[in-house]
Structure formats: C-alpha cells, structure tokens
Design a protein around this ligand. Structure first.
Ligand code: ATP
Ligand code: MG
Length: 287
C-alpha cells in the first residue's frame, strides 16, 4: 500500500465527492488486511516501547469523521496491544460552561500528549471549523461580538496552523485522519444500529439531525483539510466504507511515520555502563 495516496499535499485543492470511499488498494479480502494489520500492530508495539523509553518525542493522532464512520472502532483496533501507560485518549464533545469561559484551545492544551506518549484525539479543535461553522455556533462561544467577523474561519485556520507548527517545533509528531464514509454507508450503519439490539446504544437521534447537514459538513471538511494539511501536520483521507481497510490504512500510516522518527532506546553513559557490570557481578555472586 502506498500511503501517499491518502495524503493531502499542502496547498492542494480537491473534491471530497471525487475521493473513493470504498477503495481497498491491492487488498481483495478482509483476511489479508487483518493479517497485515496484526503485523503493523506488532511493529507499533515495538516502536511505542522506544518512544516511551526515550521520553523525547510525542505523537498526536487526530481522528475526525462524520457520525458512524468508525472513529471509535478504528481507535480500538489500531491501538490494541499498545502499552496503556504510553497512550492517552481524549474525546471532545460540546464544550462545557467552564470550557466556554476560555479560548477554544484551552481544553485542548490540557490533553496534549506528554513526551514519550501517543495521544489520540477522538474529535478535536477541528470541530471549531466544522460543527461550529455548520451551525454557526460562534454566538454561544462567548467571544466578544466585535471579534467575530466574516474572517473568523480563515482566522481559525491560521490559529490552528500556528498551534500545530508550535507543537511540531517542540517535539510532537502530528497525524490527522479524516475517515471518509459515504452517505449511503452511513445510512446502512444507522439502520444496523437500530436493528441490532447490541448496537442500539450507539444510535442517537442527534446523528439523524446532523445527517441532514451532510453537504455543509463535506464542504467544511474539504476547506479545513485544504487549509491545514501541512508537511509537519498532514491530513490523510481514509476510505471508510470498508472498516477492515480503514483500520489497516491508519495503522500503516502510523507505522511508517514512526519508523521515520529518530527514536532510539536511551544510551547510558560509559560510567553507567561500567556500573552495570559491577551490579551484574554482585548479583551473580549472591548466595
Ligand atoms: P459517538 O461515536 O459515541 O457518537 P461522538 O464523537 O459523535 O461519538 P457524541 O457525544 O455523539 O460523540 O457527540 C459529540 C458532539 O459534540 C458531536 O456532535 C460534536 O460535533 C460535538 N462537538 C465537539 N466539539 C464541539 C465544539 N467545540 N463545539 C460544539 N460542538 C462540539
Ligand atoms: Mg455521535
């Protein structure tokens, strides 16, 4: 699989409707993909171990999607087997009253991954140029009215770009995934949630309401992705109609990115290394 297929190059325009949602690259079956996902997970476990031991870089994985595209399942499957101490997952919902008393990055800052950790955002500050834009919610965000002009979205793109540049320059590697599901597949999954008792809890009336704004969301997603996909904080548009392929593609992108990162187990200095052999001798002499 060539992961550059999914990558949105900086400063390029695209049409979301022209990007296939059921693409599966060279994979013809679920089982082939699952076998490779397993291999990727093994590689991720080893790479995460180094990342954690070295305690220098951190990773931030952002997941954005329409409802039922499979954010939760992807996070669950791709991250399975990782050291829980080295991962931090946060879901961002409607902001609380306390959160609205601050700028929109305030709640984000508190959730950023520590060095050595992999942070996962299930939704993120991108909601500020998605749901907030689609429903024009800036009025309830308590921003002084005179600061909310028709330039607000361009302003937010710039703020987000500056924020991500800042994170990158301080040792956070950022990957952003848009799980691209088709409107028909979303309908199928909603119906499944209604029909299958074990999935009933996942169904929410609010999701049906949001579905009515499909085109507006697609437009906002396209613009947000075009404006904020950068070499140091790239967006990947992942075909999401086939869950098994989506999971594999995400894992492949994470593995290939981590493999390129200069992460190594910390090396001890000479004095420390000498001490280790003395400790070894002492232990071996023990009766
Ligand atoms: P699930 O798969 O469980 O439905 P979810 O991410 O859709 O996961 P919900 O609790 O259903 O979680 O919905 C959270 C809602 O919060 C989403 O509709 C999202 O758009 C909204 N939200 C997130 N951030 C903001 C924000 N900054 N302002 C307004 N709404 C937001
Ligand atoms: Mg939801």
């Amino acid at each position: 699989m060539d992961i550059s297929y999914f990558n949105v190059k900086s400063n390029t325009k695209f049409e979301l409707s022209k990007i296939q949602t059921d693409y599966t690259a060279e994979y013809k079956s679920k089982s082939d993909a699952q076998a490779d996902l397993k291999k990727n997970i093994k590689k991720m476990i080893r790479l995460q171990d180094k990342l954690y031991a070295e305690d220098k870089y951190s990773m931030l994985l952002i997941f954005q999607a329409m409802d039922a595209a499979g954010k939760d399942g992807t996070i669950k499957h791709v991250m399975s087997g990782l050291n829980p101490q080295g991962t931090q997952v946060f879901s961002f919902k409607q902001p609380s009253a306390e959160e609205l008393n601050h700028d929109y990055l305030w709640r984000i800052n508190k959730c950023l991954p520590e060095r050595g950790r992999i942070g996962i955002f299930n939704r993120s500050y991108y909601e500020e140029v998605l749901v907030v834009r689609v429903h024009n919610l800036t009025g309830s965000e308590k921003i002084p009215a005179e600061l909310v002009t028709d330039k607000i979205w361009q302003q937010r793109f710039r703020e987000i770009n500056d924020f991500e540049k800042h994170l990158y320059e301080n040792g956070t590697v950022i990957l952003k995934f848009f799980l691209h599901v088709s409107k028909e597949e979303q309908k199928r999954r909603f119906l499944q949630r209604i029909e299958k008792e074990s999935k009933n809890w996942k169904f929410s009336e609010a999701d049906l309401k949001e579905r009515k704004f499909w085109d507006e969301y697609q437009k906002c997603y396209r613009e947000a992705i075009e404006e904020t996909s950068k070499k140091h904080a790239p967006w990947f548009i992942i075909p999401a109609d086939k869950k098994w392929f989506m999971r594999l593609a995400v894992s492949q992108i994470i593995v290939e990115t981590m493999e390129k990162m200069p992460i190594n187990y910390p090396r001890l200095n000479e004095e420390h290394e000498k001490k280790l052999s003395t400790y070894k001798q002492a232990l071996e002499k023990e009766t």
